[in-house]
Design a protein around this ligand. Structure first.
Ligand SMILES: [Fe+2]
Length: 214
């Protein structure tokens, strides 16, 4: 019997799903959102203290931007994205996707975020408004305990299949929205932009979603 000729089946039962939505021609949308965020920063100087990178001049808004009328457009985009995920995943239609918290972060050069998760939430995500070259990728880390165990030796990094990766980095493309399970560890690389002034800032909207009975 030729054992190397047998039918071979591969099943992926526990994949980690990261969803992406791209806004077409996001320039005007982002420019308006950016000025709304800077206006909010100018009103809310306490946001500098909320930042974990105070020394560098980072700013962290309050976490209820979804309740403010000036953030209505991005709120609608986030909810629409959450509903797309809900439909794709076959979530119960008797439940609506609701924003629990939504905030903005301005990260100047030198700032980064250590790996973390968002406890008490279903889905989390980010929308990129401004990300100059070198602004820092988001990195997702394999949530399975497999990465603590013996690792296979691969022929080469380029031959290694995506499904075997233990981490993945995604570029912060302006106009792109990413949603992922809140339990998925993620970190943000250091912003190493060489732009001058506000143009060097990495500016994002971040959010947490939950399912709420409609
Ligand atoms: Fe996060």
């Amino acid at each position: 019997m030729m054992f190397d000729q047998l039918k071979f089946t591969k099943r992926a039962y526990f994949p980690t799903l990261i969803f992406q939505i791209d806004l077409p021609n996001p320039e005007a949308f982002n420019a308006e959102l950016l000025s709304t965020i800077y206006a909010q920063r100018d009103r809310d100087q306490r946001g500098i203290e909320r930042s974990n990178i105070t020394a560098l001049g980072g700013w962290h808004s309050n976490t209820d931007l979804h309740k403010m009328p000036e953030f209505d457009q991005i709120t609608r985009l986030v909810l629409a994205a959450g509903e797309r995920v809900s439909a794709d995943q076959g979530f119960d239609e008797k439940y609506k996707i609701k924003i629990g918290t939504m905030w903005s972060i301005i990260n100047p050069p030198g700032s980064a975020n250590r790996a973390h998760i968002h406890p008490g939430c279903l889905l989390s995500g980010v929308y990129y408004i401004q990300a100059p070259a070198g602004a820092g990728c988001i990195e997702f880390i394999d949530p399975r305990t497999a990465h603590l165990m013996n690792q296979p030796k691969y022929q080469s990094a380029s031959k290694r299949a995506k499904e075997t990766w233990s981490k993945v980095k995604l570029d912060p493309t302006p106009g792109r929205l990413i949603i992922f399970p809140s339990w998925l560890y993620h970190a943000v690389d250091t912003n190493s932009s060489v732009e001058v002034g506000d143009k060097a800032h990495r500016v994002i909207i971040s959010f947490n979603l939950n399912q709420v009975k409609a």
